[in-house]
Write a protein that binds this ligand. Structure first.
Ligand code: HEC
Ligand code: HEC
Length: 185
């Protein structure tokens, strides 16, 4: 699966500044990262860990080419169902997969989907980034920040959440994307 535009997948690689010298995991191959973390995820049981114990390899492979492999728990099964059945028109790009892949990924997403209150109502366009909780949590992020070249959109979690590809969104694992003033929040 290739990316929808040259800068897209590598987009986050515009080297945002990393606070406190943490490793820039964006550069790592997603597959390696996910595989590695499957074995570690049980250990990190923080309140903002959304990584399932066992991430489906096909999901990491097919759904993390253009953006981070979003944690299934951040959307309801209904939302995932609409997403996997509408891949030919996926947020303006064609992310089609064959029927067998859709079936495998779809079943896995359904089983790992969030069932708790905050994800019960499907957000507009089934976007995690338009969920009420997301808007609330990010209310102090200036709208201009989302449009920085180093961020691109709220959907690019990894621009700020260093460990988003591991399902970790703790507010202590944040970086300041290039161009964003420190102390913005
Ligand atoms: C060819 C590139 C590509 C592939 C492959 C791809 N996506 Fe996406 N996806 C996008 C684009 C582009 C967006 C919109 C990003 C933005 O608004 O910045 C998006 C957005 C999303 C969003 C909404 C993000 C938000 O909260 O705003 C979800 C959920 C999502 N994709 C799930 C998936 C799943 C599941 C798969 C695998 C079946 C997948 N994507 C594969 C390109 C892709
Ligand atoms: C432009 C940077 C940026 C992007 C992109 C971004 N976030 Fe955040 N996020 C933040 C900041 C900053 C906070 C802390 C907000 C605060 O404390 O006021 C935060 C907080 C959070 C929290 C709450 C963490 C806690 O400890 O309470 C979650 C969960 C979260 N983000 C998930 C996501 C997800 C999922 C995405 C992608 C779909 C995303 N974020 C994209 C900057 C970003």
């Amino acid at each position: 699966m290739h990316c929808w535009r040259e800068s897209g997948c590598a987009g986050l690689a515009e080297q945002p500044q990393v606070i406190s010298g943490q490793v820039d995991s964006v550069q790592l191959n997603f597959f390696t990262t996910v595989t590695l973390l499957c074995s570690l995820s049980a250990v990190h049981a923080g309140s903002h860990d959304f990584k399932p114990i066992q991430a489906l390899p096909q999901y990491a492979q097919e759904c993390a080419a253009c953006h981070v492999a979003y944690p299934p728990a951040l959307l309801s099964a209904d939302s995932w169902q609409r997403i996997v059945t509408g891949l030919s028109q996926h947020y303006g790009v064609d992310a089609s997969l064959d029927a067998a892949q859709i079936d495998t990924i779809g079943r896995w997403l359904a089983s790992e989907a969030g069932a708790y209150k905050k994800v019960q109502t499907s957000p507009p366009e089934d976007r995690i980034s338009r969920s009420d909780w997301f808007v609330r949590k990010h209310r102090r992020v200036d709208p201009e920040i989302w449009r920085l070249a180093s961020v691109k959109s709220p959907a690019q979690c990894t621009a700020c959440h260093i460990q988003a590809d591991q399902g970790r969104f703790d507010e202590h694992d944040l970086r300041t994307p290039a161009g964003m003033k420190k102390g913005f929040r």
